[in-house]
Ligand binder design. Structure first.
Ligand SMILES: Nc1ncnc2c1ncn2[C@@H]1O[C@@H]2COP(=O)(O)O[C@H]2[C@H]1O
Ligand SMILES: [Zn+2]
Length: 882
């Protein structure tokens, strides 16, 4: 038997490889029979003809036939194995993983191909809270997920208890790892590792551990590691807004979570671990699904309320399996948002990553002409703002209760970290806003000075003669002053605003001004610790001058660049994923299949026969050919749900052919979907090479969709006129449609729940499908909040209106008056004209800053809140402090 703890370190494979086992001198035991937990690690080095000593030769003769098959298999399939030099996560992930490359069924799989000392060292501390998933990921060469999970399965004795095959278990976690998108900044396998480790910590708590059954432990670990499986990097509202087939499939309810748990079951089946667990399989799947479904963050208020009731009535009897399960649900929810409770350096990194992902989504939305979700708008939001809101309204309420329940050293330490981290973000936020205010003030001074000097009649005339379209554009944009000042150098999106400023001033001034402001800003931001560190390709910051990969590729004016890029969801997502599928024909077919064999809610489907096919429905054929092969393999099953598919090449070809058909099916009536078959490759460059005809087709289709759904009916004619002449205007016009559906129903209660009959009368805005508002009452409540304070006219003009056009500036409690009154450069008090200008410039973005700057009540927040925050944030905000 090949020892589990074997470390394979190939240092290069020559033409005539020879197997050599090197054993530390002090090891006297039979090297082929070393325990997995033995500190004496055996290193097997695959070498070329370099000289070896006799002892090694003698050892090499001890290899059994099976071991030789294994090693030959590795030699055959691997050009170069990890050799101790750590690759970055992305590079490492793209490499063929040793375990997966073993195709010879007879060969014992290589179970532990990364067993370096560093890994051991990190795993040794895996029960401790100050865990750094990034460190484990580095140490394992990007394989933290299976390494951690296999370790935990051993540690909990699950392998022995359920008589599991270690090869299959390794395969299970490799499949899960592969199901995560390494291109997601946040929702990737490292997040899964992090959450699993947090869950492990919670399972160690006396109040929990003493009551758990092995089944519950296993369900908890699998649920934790698979809870975001195949996450597309965008949230549910995005999937709904883009009419993604998954949203249809799951009826806009816990869309992602449903997909995650079903994908997890798919991995259990594909790895054959499920077969080993047949007696308990139904129970296991049921627990996994219910645990993962609990991570739907929009359900947080429901869980908090229940948890609070249990705690207050002291009802949490852990001997009761139902209550135990509830605690496991809460534990997983806590684990999922536990990053704010990690030590600052780790926590901060997670914060940056999650915001990066939000901002990327905002970029997609912008490119698609969808309403930009507030929290995802890199021009209107900042990391500290997002963090302070998230900490306060999402993390604290949950962890307060969790701490109340546990009340242990662990919970104290988490709360302490949370408090400190929150303080850090608040300080950063304060610093950022005072810097920003100072900058704006200085910029205003400079502009006014220039204007005073040069405000001649000609100047006035120049301003007056600005082309109407520019003025209109700026007017529609409405939020120009909340755009970071350095935006002009980022993309073209803010250019209209900049153009106006330039137009209204003398030619030389704006560039001077912008340069000065930019320099100043850069300097100021340089002082902020979270911007100092080099993040791997991170492009988020307060008014970041860098943009996401997407934006990098669309340099220059975003509007005009739209000409060069196909405009459709599938072309905006960096990696093909479930979010790229918008083919409703396939969706309804899938829906039939799914609902034919599973219950719609928890989906505790019959776990026999069809479940394999059923699960495979959840991973769809990619629209584009550069999808990861693993997920291509599931495509063929769409048409044949009960057949078991084979992975590998044949699966790829099946999926590729399906891709083609999907593309052709994705005719205008399908409302999306196209894009397949445009060469191989996985990034924007490849995408840019799309055929012109296809691009034209897509643009046309997009335009027609937009006309149907995405444009304020009142603005449609104008949009049509401008579409061909000015894409910037086109984008802005679309942005106007960012109101949540139902915004204009005039319901002043703040709790509009339009019935089915009413729906037709509600002016449709935005691209949000009509069923969007149906599925989330919370969203509706918050989204329509502004109606309670705004006039009907404003109601029709959703909350992306600048704040100061909704309510009087002077009386606004939300406009921060903190900046001291400034004097002009001549020492005079600023005149009323100037004051007005400044106020207008310093509009609230309507984002979380509104919430945080005033300490206002939740009701007042909801009243003023615009509706574009993602549901998850709003849900908790709405639920208020518990
Ligand atoms: N530090 C954070 N800041 C803001 N949002 C977060 C943070 N951590 C987690 N989240 C959000 O909370 C969600 C919890 O479920 P998910 O992991 O699916 O997606 C997560 C993010 O959307
Ligand atoms: Zn998660």
């Amino acid at each position: 038997m090949f020892p589990f703890a074997t470390c394979l370190a190939a240092t290069g494979i020559g033409r005539h490889p020879r197997w050599v086992i090197t054993v530390p001198a002090q090891v006297t035991a039979d090297p082929t029979n070393v325990s997995a937990h033995s500190p004496d690690v055996i290193y097997i080095r695959l070498r070329d003809d370099s000289p070896t000593d006799d002892r090694c030769r003698r050892r090499s003769r001890m290899l059994s036939e099976g071991e030789v098959v294994l090693l030959e298999s590795v030699a055959h399939h691997s050009k170069r194995l990890p050799n101790g030099r750590f690759l970055t996560m992305h590079k490492r992930r793209r490499k063929k993983l040793t375990t997966r490359s073993l195709s010879n069924e007879n060969a014992p799989a290589l179970l532990d191909d990364i067993h370096h000392g560093q890994v051991q060292c990190v795993l040794k501390h895996v029960w401790k809270w100050p865990f750094n998933a990034f460190a484990l990921d580095t140490a394992t060469g990007g394989r933290s997920l299976p390494v951690l999970c296999v370790h935990l399965f051993h540690w909990y004795g699950l392998m022995e208890h359920f008589k599991l095959d270690v090869v299959q278990v390794w395969k299970l976690f490799s499949l899960i790892e592969e199901g995560y998108h390494s291109t997601n900044p946040y929702h990737n396998a490292i997040h899964a590792t992090d959450v699993t480790q947090a869950m492990h910590c919670f399972l160690q708590e006396d109040k929990i551990k003493n009551f758990l059954t092995p089944l519950e432990i296993m369900a908890s670990l699998i649920a934790a590691v698979a809870h975001d499986l195949d996450h597309p990097g965008v949230n549910q509202p995005f999937l709904i807004a883009t009419s993604n087939h998954l949203a249809t499939l799951y009826e806009n309810t816990s869309v992602l979570e449903n997909h995650h748990w079903r994908s997890a079951i798919g991995c259990l089946l594909e790895s054959h671990v499920a077969e080993k667990l047949s007696p308990i399989r139904q129970d296991l799947e049921s627990q996994i699904s219910s645990l993962i479904l609990a991570t739907d963050i929009t359900r947080q208020p429901e869980f908090l309320k229940k948890f609070n009731n249990y705690l207050e009535n002291d009802e949490l009897d852990m001997k009761d399996p139902e209550l135990r399960h509830f605690i496991l649900q809460i534990a997983l929810k806590c684990a999922d948002i536990s990053n704010p409770c990690r030590p600052w350096d780790v926590s901060r990194k997670w914060s940056l990553k999650v915001c990066d992902e939000f901002f990327r989504q905002g970029d997609y939305e912008r490119q698609l002409g969808l309403p930009v979700t507030d929290i995802c708008d890199r021009y209107n939001n900042t990391v500290p703002k997002i963090q302070t809101v998230f900490f306060k309204f999402m993390v604290l309420p949950l962890f307060n209760l969790w701490h109340k329940f546990l009340d242990t050293k662990l919970s104290h330490s988490m709360m302490e970290n949370l408090r400190k981290n929150q303080q850090q973000w608040e300080e950063l936020r304060e610093r950022e806003s005072s810097d920003e205010q100072q900058l704006i003030a200085d910029a205003d001074d400079m502009m006014l000075e220039q204007e005073n000097e040069q405000d001649t009649p000609q100047q006035q005339n120049r301003r007056g003669s600005l082309p109407a379209v520019v003025l209109e554009t700026v007017d529609k944009m409405g939020r120009r002053h909340s755009v970071p000042l350095n935006l002009a150098r980022v993309t073209g999106h803010a250019l209209p605003c900049t153009i106006l400023r330039r137009e209204s001033l003398q030619g030389a001034l704006p560039s001077t001004l912008l340069v000065q402001v930019e320099n100043r800003r850069r300097f100021t931001l340089g002082q902020i610790p979270y911007l100092e560190e080099e993040e791997e390709g991170l492009s988020i910051s307060v008014g970041s001058s860098r943009s996401s990969g997407l934006q990098r590729s669309s340099d220059g004016c975003g509007g005009s660049h739209m000409d060069d890029r196909p405009v459709s969801a599938e072309n905006l997502i960096p990696e093909p994923s479930i979010a790229t599928i918008t083919n409703t024909a396939d969706a309804s077919r899938l829906c039939n299949v799914i609902h034919g064999v599973t219950s719609p809610v928890l989906g505790h489907q019959a776990t026999s026969g069809c479940s394999r096919g059923l699960t495979r429905q959840q991973t769809f054929p990619p629209i584009q050919p550069y999808v990861r092969a693993r997920y291509l393999s599931t495509g063929g099953d769409t048409a044949a749900p009960c057949s078991s598919s084979s992975g590998g090449t044949s699966a790829v070809s099946t999926a590729s052919s399906r891709t083609g058909s999907t593309s052709s099916e994705g005719c205008p009536s399908a409302g999306g979907g196209g894009g397949g078959g445009h060469g191989a490759g996985g990034n924007g460059t490849k995408r840019d090479s799309i055929l012109d005809t296809d691009r034209a087709f897509k643009l046309a289709r997009f335009s027609s969709n937009k006309e149907k759904e995405n444009v304020d009916p009142a603005a449609r004619t104008n949009a049509e006129i401008r579409r061909n002449s000015n894409h910037v205007n086109q984008i802005l016009t679309r942005r106007r449609g960012s109101a949540p559906v139902g915004n204009g129903n005039g319901d002043n209660t703040g709790h509009p729940t339009p019935g089915k009959g009413q729906e037709a009368t509600i002016p449709r805005r935005g691209s949000v499908p009509s069923d969007f508002s149906k599925q989330s009452a919370l969203f509706k409540v918050v989204a329509t909040g502004p109606l309670s304070t705004n006039s009907p006219k404003q109601g029709a003009r959703r909350s992306s209106l600048p704040y100061d056009s909704n309510i009087g500036l002077s009386s606004s409690p939300l406009v921060s008056p903190s900046r001291p009154e400034r004097r002009g450069s001549d020492g005079s008090r600023p005149g009323s004209r100037r004051r007005r200008r400044k106020s207008m410039k310093r509009r609230s973005s309507g984002g979380p800053d509104v919430l945080l700057s005033t300490g206002q009540s939740m009701d007042s927040f909801l009243a003023h809140r615009r509706g574009s925050l993602p549901v998850e944030i709003l849900a908790t905000s709405f639920s208020g402090p518990h």
